[in-house]
Design a binder for this molecule. Structure first.
Ligand code: C5P
Length: 218
């Protein structure tokens, strides 16, 4: 007999442009989970640092996060290359991470009642934000494929970029995200590795759905 889904928490970590966001979105929609792309919060703070420098202070950022509406994280300005690189740089700051973490933890453990749970993706979700997640995934793909995907995404948004610039900036972010002292990107032992290099979006979705269904229907 099919078990009714009670409350599930899904944690996903991944390097930049590995397709985690696309998969997390479709999985969240399928199981009716609150989805949070945690990188967007770092991007929002990076945007403030670059374009609204005067507001880049603890009290304003605190206020901004406290009053954060998830819809505001969808702005395409947050996707540009300069914002990506700055996001990766400010994400090394322990005070910035502290500000962001409580918001993320609240989304993960207390999503609005209409949801069956939560699904968060980022760099430290599987071991810092939701260490007791019901499902943990580490989603990756090879560097050139990630750069190509991100380049095509940015082209679609009419951003002026070259493939080489995107490749360079993803490389730089990988280096920083994997090697930083605080909350580095890593695959935890209890995370399932999904390599999306040769998988379509649909194939990735089905692979993860199969893993989740097997567990919740057992
Ligand atoms: O996922 P996305 O590429 O949008 O993340 C932008 C940057 O934010 C990453 O390169 C990473 O440095 C930082 N980040 C983080 N922890 C997270 C999510 C993102 O440090 N949970």
């Amino acid at each position: 007999m099919k078990k009714k889904i009670k409350f599930i928490k899904i944690a996903i970590d991944s390097p930049a442009a590995a397709g985690a966001g696309t998969i997390a979105k479709s999985i969240s929609k399928h199981y009716n989970l609150l989805y949070l792309d945690t990188g967007k919060i770092y991007r929002m703070l990076a945007y403030i640092k670059i374009y609204q420098k005067r507001n880049f202070n603890k009290s304003f950022l605190k206020w901004k996060i406290r009053n954060l509406n998830l819809k505001n994280l969808q702005h395409k300005n947050l996707l540009s290359d300069d914002v990506s690189v700055e996001a990766s740089s400010i994400a090394k700051d322990k005070n910035i991470r502290k500000l962001v973490n409580s918001f993320q933890i609240n989304c993960a453990y207390n999503p609005p009642k209409k949801f069956n749970g939560s699904c968060l993706d980022g760099r430290d979700i599987t071991y810092k934000i939701i260490p007791d997640a019901d499902f943990k995934f580490f989603i990756t793909a090879n560097l050139k494929i990630r750069a190509k995907r991100r380049f095509q995404e940015l082209k679609k948004l009419k951003k002026k970029v070259t493939y080489l610039k995107v490749l360079k900036s993803i490389k730089k972010r990988d280096k920083s995200d994997y090697n930083r002292r605080i909350s580095p990107l890593k695959k935890t032992k209890d995370s399932i590795l999904i390599n999306t290099s040769n998988l379509s979006k649909r194939a990735c979705f089905l692979k993860i759905k199969k893993i989740i269904d097997r567990e919740i229907n057992s």
